[in-house]
Design a protein around this ligand. Structure first.
Ligand SMILES: [Zn+2]
Length: 503
């Protein structure tokens, strides 16, 4: 008998806590709609009390995204629970997710409460939430470092106060698989009331064990796993959704458990989250990395050509990766472009398609053949440019080892053309200084990464930056066959994100 495991996606809450990954309302809805297509059971859409904008964004997700349960996170205080209910009450199936520290470290150092008063605080919070919402999840924060007897009491108390889901988080990523699985099994043995509710886990990846711990918990009776797309999240991240889903799918006899995830939507979701949060996926990432299905050694290639089962345990198509050799040129028509885009999983409206098309022509003029990676890079950079206050127009550079590098940049702002020039200690620095002058803010470059997206001398360069603007960090990405132009586009992209966020 295969048990059904509920997938609780927290990309929009835990994942969004990554510096520079903040999403605006439109982006949140776009990801939530894709998560619904992916078939997740629960979407944790955010932390409503963190800001009024956050509350409005979660409210919009609750009202517009149908299918999954929509959860809002709250500390165990009335004001947070009020905000959470306000944010999720428009959902078909709302959930309030209350959390409170349970370990002595958290109780003493963070909350300054003794165990008994924390216990009654938990019960009060669950009862208060329950008055609004039938579905209440209770998380015992830092459970893996909590005294076992006390943890049992907290769980039992929360269930008797009305919790419908109990979540056991390894908040600090301290647990190891055998021990964490054991904790779940012992909890089920010691707290009979757990039979009436859903038992959930939420693991962090500080020791690289988030997925292993989650899977061990499933084996020992957990029914819900909290995870994120690409494993994004606080610090080293959360358990990766795609890995958990594919482990259960690939090894059904070991776990006798399955999920309702539409696995062919995994790759598209992974790309969308990476693009909108500006967090690249490492090439060797399991399931969704660029090399996850690439076979490079001769022996492996030979085996794969004879029979894919020799070295492949999952089919790329199962996670939505289509391995078509795509080559377009400047003469490929709009229909061909549209067709290839849909094969890559992009379903663009007319306005976005036009933007991609004109960028495609621009790149194809300079780079003869456009492959699937080029096309993906073009689309992703175009789609990142939502609400562009400034758009990139022209760039001139003077540089050399015996002269002061100088850049002249032209941008468009609401149809108006603005140009300025600046020097710098290198050509990229000169460009960044010039953009600072044009947009009227001083950016502090925190991180700069340049890579070739495609092979060959005419490769497309992709620049990624993290820029501190007015005290917050914004990411930006830009591509071009010219690396300085790619850098300029990335830097400007960070400013556009800042301006879009501060509207
Ligand atoms: Zn977390």
């Amino acid at each position: 008998m295969s048990r059904r495991i509920s997938i609780f996606d927290t990309t929009l809450r835990d994942g969004e806590q990554v510096p520079g990954a903040k999403l605006n309302k439109k982006q949140k809805i776009e990801i939530a709609q894709q998560l619904a297509r992916l078939g997740v059971d629960v979407i944790e859409a955010g932390f409503p009390s963190s800001s009024p904008e956050e509350l409005q964004a979660i409210k919009a997700v609750s009202e517009q995204v149908r299918g999954p349960v929509i959860a809002g996170l709250a500390r165990a205080v009335q004001q947070d629970i009020d905000a959470a209910w306000e944010a999720v009450k428009g959902a078909d199936r709302p959930r309030i997710h209350v959390f409170l520290g349970s370990s002595d470290i958290h109780l003493q150092k963070k909350l300054r409460k003794d165990r008994e008063s924390a216990l009654s605080m938990a019960a009060d919070a669950v009862r208060y939430a329950k008055a609004f919402c039938e579905d209440v999840e209770y998380s015992t924060e830092d459970a893996s470092r909590t005294d076992f007897e006390y943890l049992c009491r907290v769980v039992d108390t929360a269930i008797h106060a009305g919790a419908t889901v109990i979540n056991i988080p390894d908040t600090v990523g301290y647990a190891i698989p055998d021990e964490f699985g054991d904790l779940i099994r012992r909890l089920k043995e010691h707290v009979p009331a757990l039979d009436r509710v859903v038992l959930s886990v939420h693991c962090h990846n500080d020791l690289g064990l988030a997925v292993a711990n989650s899977i061990s918990a499933v084996k020992n009776g957990a029914q819900q796993v909290e995870c994120t797309i690409n494993g994004v999240g606080e610090r080293a991240g959360n358990a990766s959704l795609e890995e958990i889903v594919m482990i259960l799918k690939t090894r059904p006899s070991v776990y006798q458990a399955h999920t309702e995830i539409q696995t062919q939507e995994i790759y598209r979701t992974s790309r969308m989250v990476s693009r909108l949060m500006n967090i690249p996926v490492q090439p060797n990432k399991a399931v969704v990395g660029g090399n996850a299905f690439a076979h490079s050694s001769g022996v492996h290639q030979d085996g794969i050509l004879k029979d894919r089962c020799t070295y492949e345990i999952m089919k790329p198509e199962d996670v939505g990766i289509k391995q078509h050799k795509i080559v377009l040129t400047a003469r490929s028509g709009r229909a061909a472009l549209k067709h290839k885009l849909s094969e890559l999983g992009y379903d663009l409206d007319q306005e976005r398609f036009e933007r991609v098309h004109s960028r495609f022509l621009n790149v194809a003029d300079r780079k003869k053949e456009i492959g699937s990676e080029d096309l993906t890079a073009i689309v992703e950079i175009e789609l990142t440019k939502v609400a562009e206050a400034f758009s990139f127009s022209q760039l001139q550079i003077m540089s050399g080892n015996t002269m002061v590098p100088m850049a002249c940049v032209t941008l468009k702002k609401e149809g108006e053309i603005i140009t300025d020039a600046s020097t710098g200690n290198g050509p990229v620095n000169a460009v960044f200084n010039c953009i600072d002058r044009l947009v009227g803010y001083q950016g502090i470059l925190k991180d700069f990464d340049l890579k070739a997206v495609t092979m060959g001398k005419d490769a497309l360069g992709e620049a990624m930056v993290r820029v501190e603007i007015e005290g917050s960090v914004y990411s930006g990405v830009g591509t071009s066959p010219d690396v300085i132009e790619a850098s300029a586009r990335a830097y400007l992209n960070a400013f556009n994100r800042f301006l879009a966020n501060s509207q």
